[in-house]
Design a protein around this ligand. Sequence first.
Ligand SMILES: Cc1cc2nc3c(=O)[nH]c(=O)nc-3n(C[C@H](O)[C@H](O)[C@H](O)COP(=O)(O)O)c2cc1C
Length: 391
Amino acid sequence: MARSLCLNIGNESRKKWVVCADFPPMPRAPLPSSVVSLADLAALAAANIERTAWDYFRSGAWDETTLARSEAAWRELEIHYRGMVDVSGRTGRTTLFGREIPCPLLAAPTAMQKMAHPDGECATARACSAAGLPMCLSSLSTTALEEVRAATTAPLWMQIYISQDRGFTRDLVQRAEAAGIEAFAVTADTPVWGIRERDMRNGFRVPDGLSIVNLERAGGPTGHSGVGIGGALSWTIDSTLTWKDVEQLVSWTSRPIIVKGLCRPDDVRAAFDSGAEGAWISNHGGRQLDGAPATADVLAGCAEIARGLGTTIVDGGIRRGIDILRAIALGADAVAIGRPILWGLGAGGEEGVARALAMLRGEFDIAMALAGVRSPAEIRQLGSGLVRRQT
Ligand SMILES: Cc1cc2nc3c(=O)[nH]c(=O)nc-3n(C[C@H](O)[C@H](O)[C@H](O)COP(=O)(O)O)c2cc1C
């Protein structure tokens, strides 16, 4: 089992987590009260996480233009707030796939969370459980899905890559359903792996002591084979995928399917036509096609198609509670966060993730009050009357 070692780096008093098979986890100091924003958590995580892992987490594809644009685009949306509204009874509550949650927020799937903290995916699950918020587990997780399921009573979804070995994917989905996974997000933006040059320079590979446990199969490499992650995991994605494969996936499970990684209204329609119940507007955190649009720029058109057909999730560059309000006004039912979860993990494990979620929830609550709105439903109803692009 993977453990960790705290190493002193040079003369710095800061310690970095290094994934290592033979050393027990060291206790962590509680998060300082000066950590008040996600950016503060990111700074702490950057100091704690080993550099090649940090580069893997932060990187985008090629010139990282989509990555940069994804954050900036939310900030360009002005909030035309209402005055003199009694907001004392406001609530962030909403319902996703039949489960009520306190805020339209969830953890996006991110691979290999044990590189951020030895407790990895279970720490994220426990923090989500305490907050009552959904988590979507990556199929490239470093913890078995059953263990993660046991760590949360909140909704747990799982992200799926339809692999070249369809029988393996079917068995994985059915195993996950039997374990209590409540929905599946099938990733549509990864016919091949995007090119992340930081990882190439670093010769990034799955660290010793960790493995991509849910994808272990007889006779096949799982990423722990001494080569770059794209090469070792090449069998887990498939460049021949079409909407027919989504139809097939739908037929393998009774749980809702969400298609993740869409940016076009016609693809949103195709997802629902294929039997999906959700459309997840995402550019994979800028890690796949550099040059893809920021999700804030395409969300409204996609959500318009989804209205009445199913659920719309959006992610990419959400860094403030006010971004949640912006996304809901543009038609999303909920937003997901990827890197901020990793920052929380790196900064303080479960406590750090809990802090990240609490910050965003708290900020969303204040944002609602200041904008003169009382619920996600009201934000959605006001739509473009509330949030407009700067002219
Ligand atoms: C380090 C890292 C690993 C990721 N792993 C996966 C994955 O295994 N499957 C997937 O569908 N998306 C994955 N994503 C994309 C996220 O689910 C999400 O779309 C993205 O991180 C959202 O952008 P944000 O990081 O700006 O919040 C990953 C993103 C990051 C940063």
